[in-house]
Design a protein around this ligand. Structure first.
Ligand code: ADP
Ligand code: MG
Length: 364
Protein backbone atom coordinates (compact mmCIF):
# COMPACT_ATOMS: atom_id res chain seq x y z
CA UNK A 1 0.00 0.00 0.00
CA UNK A 2 1.17 3.48 -0.71
CA UNK A 3 0.71 6.11 1.90
CA UNK A 4 1.40 9.75 1.55
CA UNK A 5 4.08 11.50 3.54
CA UNK A 6 1.98 14.61 3.86
CA UNK A 7 -1.42 14.54 5.49
CA UNK A 8 -3.82 17.42 5.73
CA UNK A 9 -4.59 16.72 9.34
CA UNK A 10 -3.52 13.88 11.57
CA UNK A 11 -6.53 11.74 12.39
CA UNK A 12 -7.14 10.52 15.88
CA UNK A 13 -4.46 8.18 17.12
CA UNK A 14 -6.75 5.89 19.09
CA UNK A 15 -6.86 3.05 16.49
CA UNK A 16 -4.39 0.17 16.67
CA UNK A 17 -3.20 0.53 13.06
CA UNK A 18 -1.77 3.92 12.13
CA UNK A 19 -4.27 6.08 10.26
CA UNK A 20 -2.54 6.10 6.82
CA UNK A 21 -2.25 2.32 6.90
CA UNK A 22 -5.89 2.02 7.76
CA UNK A 23 -6.86 4.35 4.92
CA UNK A 24 -4.75 2.39 2.47
CA UNK A 25 -6.23 -0.84 3.77
CA UNK A 26 -9.73 0.43 3.13
CA UNK A 27 -8.88 1.55 -0.37
CA UNK A 28 -7.21 -1.80 -0.98
CA UNK A 29 -10.67 -3.38 -0.98
CA UNK A 30 -11.63 -1.35 -4.07
CA UNK A 31 -10.91 -3.30 -7.29
CA UNK A 32 -9.87 -0.17 -9.24
CA UNK A 33 -7.11 2.39 -8.86
CA UNK A 34 -8.34 4.44 -5.95
CA UNK A 35 -6.86 7.34 -3.99
CA UNK A 36 -7.85 9.86 -1.38
CA UNK A 37 -6.82 13.53 -1.55
CA UNK A 38 -6.98 16.08 1.23
CA UNK A 39 -8.65 19.47 0.88
CA UNK A 40 -5.35 21.07 -0.21
CA UNK A 41 -4.90 18.47 -2.94
CA UNK A 42 -2.22 16.35 -1.27
CA UNK A 43 -2.49 12.60 -1.53
CA UNK A 44 -3.64 11.03 1.71
CA UNK A 45 -3.57 7.39 0.62
CA UNK A 46 -3.80 5.23 -2.48
CA UNK A 47 -4.28 1.52 -3.04
CA UNK A 48 -1.85 -0.82 -4.82
CA UNK A 49 -3.63 -0.41 -8.18
CA UNK A 50 -3.26 3.35 -7.89
CA UNK A 51 0.46 3.00 -7.29
CA UNK A 52 0.89 0.53 -10.16
CA UNK A 53 -1.04 2.62 -12.65
CA UNK A 54 -0.15 6.19 -11.64
CA UNK A 55 2.83 5.84 -9.29
CA UNK A 56 5.23 6.24 -12.18
CA UNK A 57 3.99 9.80 -12.64
CA UNK A 58 5.94 12.12 -10.36
CA UNK A 59 2.73 14.14 -10.04
CA UNK A 60 0.67 11.33 -8.56
CA UNK A 61 0.88 12.81 -5.05
CA UNK A 62 -0.86 16.09 -5.95
CA UNK A 63 -4.41 16.19 -7.22
CA UNK A 64 -4.16 19.22 -9.49
CA UNK A 65 -0.71 18.31 -10.83
CA UNK A 66 -1.93 14.79 -11.59
CA UNK A 67 -4.98 16.13 -13.43
CA UNK A 68 -2.78 18.47 -15.43
CA UNK A 69 -0.68 15.52 -16.57
CA UNK A 70 -3.61 13.38 -17.67
CA UNK A 71 -4.82 14.38 -21.09
CA UNK A 72 -8.52 14.81 -21.43
CA UNK A 73 -11.22 17.27 -22.23
CA UNK A 74 -13.14 18.69 -19.31
CA UNK A 75 -16.77 17.59 -19.35
CA UNK A 76 -19.58 19.82 -18.17
CA UNK A 77 -18.05 19.77 -14.69
CA UNK A 78 -14.66 21.38 -14.25
CA UNK A 79 -12.71 18.10 -14.16
CA UNK A 80 -12.17 15.74 -17.10
CA UNK A 81 -14.07 12.47 -16.86
CA UNK A 82 -12.23 10.42 -19.48
CA UNK A 83 -8.48 10.82 -19.64
CA UNK A 84 -5.46 9.37 -21.35
CA UNK A 85 -2.51 8.54 -19.10
CA UNK A 86 0.55 9.70 -21.05
CA UNK A 87 3.01 7.28 -19.43
CA UNK A 88 1.05 4.11 -20.24
CA UNK A 89 -1.14 5.19 -23.14
CA UNK A 90 -4.20 3.83 -21.32
CA UNK A 91 -7.61 5.47 -20.97
CA UNK A 92 -9.35 5.96 -17.65
CA UNK A 93 -12.79 7.03 -16.54
CA UNK A 94 -12.37 9.19 -13.44
CA UNK A 95 -14.94 9.33 -10.65
CA UNK A 96 -14.72 11.77 -7.79
CA UNK A 97 -16.49 11.34 -4.49
CA UNK A 98 -16.54 13.45 -1.34
CA UNK A 99 -16.17 11.81 2.03
CA UNK A 100 -15.88 12.82 5.63
CA UNK A 101 -12.53 11.84 7.04
CA UNK A 102 -11.27 12.60 10.55
CA UNK A 103 -13.42 15.71 10.74
CA UNK A 104 -12.26 16.92 7.30
CA UNK A 105 -13.51 16.46 3.78
CA UNK A 106 -11.45 14.35 1.40
CA UNK A 107 -11.87 13.74 -2.31
CA UNK A 108 -11.88 10.09 -3.28
CA UNK A 109 -10.71 9.32 -6.80
CA UNK A 110 -11.55 6.08 -8.59
CA UNK A 111 -9.90 5.53 -11.99
CA UNK A 112 -11.39 2.74 -14.10
CA UNK A 113 -9.37 1.49 -17.07
CA UNK A 114 -11.62 1.89 -20.13
CA UNK A 115 -8.96 1.37 -22.83
CA UNK A 116 -10.69 -1.65 -24.32
CA UNK A 117 -13.98 0.18 -24.74
CA UNK A 118 -12.21 3.12 -26.38
CA UNK A 119 -10.38 0.78 -28.76
CA UNK A 120 -13.61 -0.95 -29.75
CA UNK A 121 -15.22 2.43 -30.41
CA UNK A 122 -12.23 3.50 -32.50
CA UNK A 123 -12.21 0.41 -34.68
CA UNK A 124 -15.95 0.78 -35.11
CA UNK A 125 -15.38 4.34 -36.29
CA UNK A 126 -12.77 3.38 -38.88
CA UNK A 127 -15.10 0.67 -40.19
CA UNK A 128 -17.82 3.25 -40.41
CA UNK A 129 -15.53 5.61 -42.33
CA UNK A 130 -14.61 2.87 -44.75
CA UNK A 131 -18.25 2.12 -45.40
CA UNK A 132 -18.89 5.80 -46.00
CA UNK A 133 -16.08 5.88 -48.50
CA UNK A 134 -17.47 2.87 -50.34
CA UNK A 135 -20.89 4.44 -50.47
CA UNK A 136 -19.37 7.63 -51.83
CA UNK A 137 -17.77 5.58 -54.57
CA UNK A 138 -21.16 4.07 -55.23
CA UNK A 139 -22.63 7.54 -55.68
CA UNK A 140 -19.87 8.37 -58.15
CA UNK A 141 -21.13 5.30 -60.01
CA UNK A 142 -24.66 6.65 -59.85
CA UNK A 143 -23.53 9.99 -61.22
CA UNK A 144 -21.79 8.21 -64.07
CA UNK A 145 -24.97 6.29 -64.82
CA UNK A 146 -27.06 9.46 -64.95
CA UNK A 147 -24.54 11.24 -67.12
CA UNK A 148 -24.32 8.33 -69.51
CA UNK A 149 -28.08 8.22 -69.78
CA UNK A 150 -28.43 11.98 -70.35
CA UNK A 151 -25.68 12.07 -72.98
CA UNK A 152 -27.03 9.14 -74.91
CA UNK A 153 -30.03 10.98 -76.35
CA UNK A 154 -28.24 14.06 -77.74
CA UNK A 155 -25.48 11.83 -79.11
CA UNK A 156 -27.99 9.72 -81.00
CA UNK A 157 -29.48 12.95 -82.43
CA UNK A 158 -26.02 14.20 -83.45
CA UNK A 159 -25.37 10.93 -85.30
CA UNK A 160 -28.69 11.22 -87.12
CA UNK A 161 -27.97 14.76 -88.23
CA UNK A 162 -24.49 13.78 -89.36
CA UNK A 163 -25.78 10.82 -91.36
CA UNK A 164 -28.45 13.00 -92.94
CA UNK A 165 -25.94 15.70 -93.86
CA UNK A 166 -23.56 13.10 -95.28
CA UNK A 167 -26.30 11.74 -97.53
CA UNK A 168 -27.12 15.26 -98.77
CA UNK A 169 -23.48 16.04 -99.51
CA UNK A 170 -23.04 12.71 -101.32
CA UNK A 171 -26.15 13.36 -103.42
CA UNK A 172 -24.91 16.86 -104.25
CA UNK A 173 -21.51 15.39 -105.19
CA UNK A 174 -19.32 17.37 -102.78
CA UNK A 175 -17.58 19.44 -101.74
CA UNK A 176 -15.25 16.61 -100.73
CA UNK A 177 -13.73 18.52 -97.75
CA UNK A 178 -17.16 18.81 -96.16
CA UNK A 179 -17.80 15.14 -96.74
CA UNK A 180 -14.52 14.21 -95.05
CA UNK A 181 -15.17 16.52 -92.12
CA UNK A 182 -18.62 15.00 -91.64
CA UNK A 183 -17.19 11.50 -91.74
CA UNK A 184 -14.56 12.44 -89.15
CA UNK A 185 -17.26 13.95 -86.94
CA UNK A 186 -19.30 10.77 -87.23
CA UNK A 187 -16.31 8.61 -86.24
CA UNK A 188 -15.79 10.76 -83.14
CA UNK A 189 -19.46 10.60 -82.22
CA UNK A 190 -19.42 6.82 -82.64
CA UNK A 191 -16.43 6.63 -80.36
CA UNK A 192 -18.15 8.79 -77.74
CA UNK A 193 -21.23 6.62 -77.83
CA UNK A 194 -19.13 3.46 -77.49
CA UNK A 195 -17.47 4.92 -74.39
CA UNK A 196 -20.85 5.78 -72.95
CA UNK A 197 -22.31 2.37 -73.55
CA UNK A 198 -19.28 0.83 -71.85
CA UNK A 199 -19.87 3.08 -68.84
CA UNK A 200 -23.52 2.05 -68.75
CA UNK A 201 -22.56 -1.59 -68.96
CA UNK A 202 -20.08 -1.16 -66.16
CA UNK A 203 -22.60 0.62 -63.99
CA UNK A 204 -25.28 -1.95 -64.68
CA UNK A 205 -22.87 -4.67 -63.65
CA UNK A 206 -22.04 -2.66 -60.53
CA UNK A 207 -24.54 -4.55 -58.40
CA UNK A 208 -22.03 -7.19 -57.46
CA UNK A 209 -22.76 -10.67 -58.73
CA UNK A 210 -20.34 -13.21 -57.37
CA UNK A 211 -19.82 -16.47 -59.14
CA UNK A 212 -17.10 -18.89 -60.25
CA UNK A 213 -14.58 -17.14 -62.53
CA UNK A 214 -11.36 -18.13 -64.15
CA UNK A 215 -8.51 -15.77 -63.45
CA UNK A 216 -6.93 -16.48 -66.81
CA UNK A 217 -9.99 -15.02 -68.54
CA UNK A 218 -9.98 -11.98 -66.30
CA UNK A 219 -6.27 -11.45 -67.01
CA UNK A 220 -6.83 -11.87 -70.76
CA UNK A 221 -9.54 -9.19 -70.80
CA UNK A 222 -7.35 -6.77 -68.87
CA UNK A 223 -4.28 -7.37 -71.03
CA UNK A 224 -6.34 -6.86 -74.17
CA UNK A 225 -7.43 -3.45 -72.87
CA UNK A 226 -3.83 -2.44 -72.14
CA UNK A 227 -2.13 -4.08 -75.11
CA UNK A 228 -1.65 -0.88 -77.09
CA UNK A 229 -0.16 1.00 -74.19
CA UNK A 230 2.21 -1.88 -73.40
CA UNK A 231 3.35 -2.03 -77.03
CA UNK A 232 3.89 1.69 -77.17
CA UNK A 233 6.25 1.45 -74.20
CA UNK A 234 7.88 -1.73 -75.56
CA UNK A 235 7.12 -3.40 -72.30
CA UNK A 236 7.36 -7.16 -71.81
CA UNK A 237 4.47 -8.86 -70.02
CA UNK A 238 4.88 -12.34 -68.54
CA UNK A 239 1.86 -14.25 -67.43
CA UNK A 240 2.47 -16.89 -64.76
CA UNK A 241 -0.92 -18.49 -64.20
CA UNK A 242 -0.93 -22.22 -63.40
CA UNK A 243 -2.92 -24.20 -65.97
CA UNK A 244 -5.12 -25.76 -63.35
CA UNK A 245 -5.82 -22.82 -61.08
CA UNK A 246 -9.15 -23.15 -59.30
CA UNK A 247 -11.88 -20.62 -60.08
CA UNK A 248 -12.33 -17.70 -57.69
CA UNK A 249 -15.60 -16.62 -56.09
CA UNK A 250 -15.90 -13.07 -57.33
CA UNK A 251 -17.69 -10.43 -59.35
CA UNK A 252 -15.91 -10.58 -62.69
CA UNK A 253 -16.23 -6.92 -63.67
CA UNK A 254 -15.06 -5.74 -60.28
CA UNK A 255 -11.97 -7.96 -60.29
CA UNK A 256 -11.20 -6.88 -63.85
CA UNK A 257 -11.33 -3.33 -62.55
CA UNK A 258 -8.88 -4.16 -59.75
CA UNK A 259 -6.43 -5.96 -62.01
CA UNK A 260 -6.71 -3.19 -64.59
CA UNK A 261 -5.83 -0.57 -61.97
CA UNK A 262 -2.85 -2.54 -60.69
CA UNK A 263 -1.46 -3.31 -64.13
CA UNK A 264 -1.97 0.31 -65.20
CA UNK A 265 -0.07 1.52 -62.14
CA UNK A 266 2.69 -0.98 -62.90
CA UNK A 267 2.95 0.27 -66.48
CA UNK A 268 2.94 3.89 -65.33
CA UNK A 269 5.70 3.11 -62.81
CA UNK A 270 7.96 1.97 -65.67
CA UNK A 271 7.51 4.96 -67.98
CA UNK A 272 10.82 6.48 -66.88
CA UNK A 273 13.11 3.44 -66.76
CA UNK A 274 15.26 2.07 -69.61
CA UNK A 275 13.29 0.00 -72.12
CA UNK A 276 15.30 -3.15 -71.47
CA UNK A 277 14.22 -3.21 -67.83
CA UNK A 278 10.50 -2.70 -68.52
CA UNK A 279 9.15 -6.03 -67.44
CA UNK A 280 5.79 -6.76 -65.89
CA UNK A 281 4.64 -10.06 -64.38
CA UNK A 282 1.22 -11.31 -63.40
CA UNK A 283 1.31 -14.40 -61.23
CA UNK A 284 -1.35 -16.36 -59.43
CA UNK A 285 -1.21 -19.26 -57.03
CA UNK A 286 -2.98 -20.85 -54.13
CA UNK A 287 -1.53 -19.42 -50.91
CA UNK A 288 -1.07 -21.03 -47.49
CA UNK A 289 -4.45 -19.72 -46.32
CA UNK A 290 -6.14 -21.70 -49.07
CA UNK A 291 -6.99 -18.54 -51.01
CA UNK A 292 -6.08 -17.55 -54.53
CA UNK A 293 -3.40 -14.91 -54.56
CA UNK A 294 -2.73 -12.68 -57.57
CA UNK A 295 0.48 -10.64 -57.84
CA UNK A 296 1.39 -7.87 -60.25
CA UNK A 297 5.13 -7.13 -60.28
CA UNK A 298 6.95 -4.28 -61.96
CA UNK A 299 10.50 -2.92 -62.20
CA UNK A 300 9.56 0.68 -61.39
CA UNK A 301 11.12 2.86 -58.70
CA UNK A 302 9.18 1.19 -55.89
CA UNK A 303 7.89 3.11 -52.91
CA UNK A 304 9.47 4.96 -49.99
CA UNK A 305 8.28 3.97 -46.50
CA UNK A 306 6.38 7.27 -46.27
CA UNK A 307 4.62 6.54 -49.55
CA UNK A 308 3.79 3.02 -48.40
CA UNK A 309 1.98 4.45 -45.37
CA UNK A 310 -0.36 6.54 -47.50
CA UNK A 311 -0.68 4.22 -50.44
CA UNK A 312 -4.29 3.19 -49.93
CA UNK A 313 -5.59 6.55 -48.71
CA UNK A 314 -8.02 8.13 -51.14
CA UNK A 315 -6.52 10.96 -53.22
CA UNK A 316 -2.91 10.02 -52.50
CA UNK A 317 -1.03 10.37 -55.76
CA UNK A 318 2.51 11.21 -56.86
CA UNK A 319 1.51 11.71 -60.50
CA UNK A 320 0.79 15.07 -62.07
CA UNK A 321 -2.11 13.52 -63.95
CA UNK A 322 -3.17 11.14 -61.15
CA UNK A 323 -6.43 11.05 -59.23
CA UNK A 324 -5.21 8.87 -56.41
CA UNK A 325 -8.37 6.84 -56.11
CA UNK A 326 -7.34 3.71 -58.02
CA UNK A 327 -5.87 1.83 -55.09
CA UNK A 328 -8.55 3.02 -52.69
CA UNK A 329 -11.21 1.61 -55.02
CA UNK A 330 -9.23 -1.63 -55.39
CA UNK A 331 -9.11 -1.98 -51.65
CA UNK A 332 -12.85 -1.40 -51.24
CA UNK A 333 -13.54 -4.02 -53.87
CA UNK A 334 -11.13 -6.62 -52.49
CA UNK A 335 -12.39 -6.13 -48.94
CA UNK A 336 -15.92 -6.54 -50.19
CA UNK A 337 -14.75 -9.92 -51.49
CA UNK A 338 -13.25 -10.74 -48.08
CA UNK A 339 -9.76 -10.63 -49.54
CA UNK A 340 -6.70 -8.54 -48.84
CA UNK A 341 -4.89 -6.00 -51.01
CA UNK A 342 -1.19 -5.69 -50.27
CA UNK A 343 2.10 -4.19 -51.35
CA UNK A 344 5.61 -5.68 -51.14
CA UNK A 345 8.93 -4.44 -52.48
CA UNK A 346 10.07 -6.66 -55.35
CA UNK A 347 13.38 -8.53 -55.17
CA UNK A 348 15.82 -6.84 -57.51
CA UNK A 349 13.87 -3.55 -57.52
CA UNK A 350 10.30 -2.54 -58.20
CA UNK A 351 6.97 -3.24 -56.56
CA UNK A 352 4.58 -6.10 -56.12
CA UNK A 353 0.91 -5.30 -55.69
CA UNK A 354 -1.28 -8.25 -54.92
CA UNK A 355 -4.66 -9.36 -53.68
CA UNK A 356 -6.33 -12.49 -52.41
CA UNK A 357 -9.72 -13.92 -53.27
CA UNK A 358 -11.66 -16.89 -51.92
CA UNK A 359 -11.82 -20.07 -53.98
CA UNK A 360 -15.23 -20.79 -55.44
CA UNK A 361 -15.18 -24.35 -54.07
CA UNK A 362 -14.60 -23.09 -50.56
CA UNK A 363 -17.81 -21.04 -50.80
CA UNK A 364 -20.33 -23.54 -52.04
N1 ADP B 1 3.33 -0.07 -59.19
C1 ADP B 1 3.62 1.05 -58.52
N2 ADP B 1 4.90 1.49 -58.38
C2 ADP B 1 5.19 2.62 -57.72
N3 ADP B 1 4.26 3.43 -57.15
C3 ADP B 1 2.98 3.06 -57.25
C4 ADP B 1 2.58 1.87 -57.93
N4 ADP B 1 1.24 1.77 -57.84
C5 ADP B 1 0.82 2.85 -57.15
N5 ADP B 1 1.85 3.63 -56.78
C6 ADP B 1 1.80 4.88 -56.02
O1 ADP B 1 0.53 4.99 -55.41
C7 ADP B 1 -0.12 6.20 -55.82
C8 ADP B 1 -1.61 5.99 -55.86
O2 ADP B 1 -2.00 5.11 -56.89
P1 ADP B 1 -3.48 5.16 -57.42
O3 ADP B 1 -4.40 5.07 -56.25
O4 ADP B 1 -3.64 4.12 -58.48
O5 ADP B 1 -3.64 6.61 -58.00
P2 ADP B 1 -2.97 7.28 -59.29
O6 ADP B 1 -2.49 6.15 -60.17
O7 ADP B 1 -4.06 8.07 -59.90
O8 ADP B 1 -1.86 8.13 -58.78
C9 ADP B 1 0.54 6.54 -57.13
O9 ADP B 1 0.46 7.91 -57.42
C10 ADP B 1 1.97 6.10 -56.90
O10 ADP B 1 2.67 7.04 -56.17
MG1 MG C 1 -3.62 4.44 -60.64
Amino acid sequence: MVTAKRRSKPSDASGAASAPDRDAGLLGAVPFACAMFAGDGALVAGNARYREEFGELAEHGEREALLARLQGEAGDGERPREVLAPHSGRWYALHWGRAEHGGDHVDVLTAIDISERIETLDSHKTRQEKLLFTSRLMSVGEMAATLAHELNQPLAAIMNYLNGSLRLVEQAGGPVQVERALQAARTQAEHASAVISRVREFVRAREPRRDAHDLSQIAATVLELLRLEAERLQLRIDLGLPARLEPVFADRVMIEQVLLNLVKNAIEAMREIPTARRELRIDARMNLDDQIEVRVSDRGAGLSPAEQDQLFSPFFTTKTDGLGIGLAICRSIIEYHEGRLFFEPRDGGGSVFGFTLPRFEART
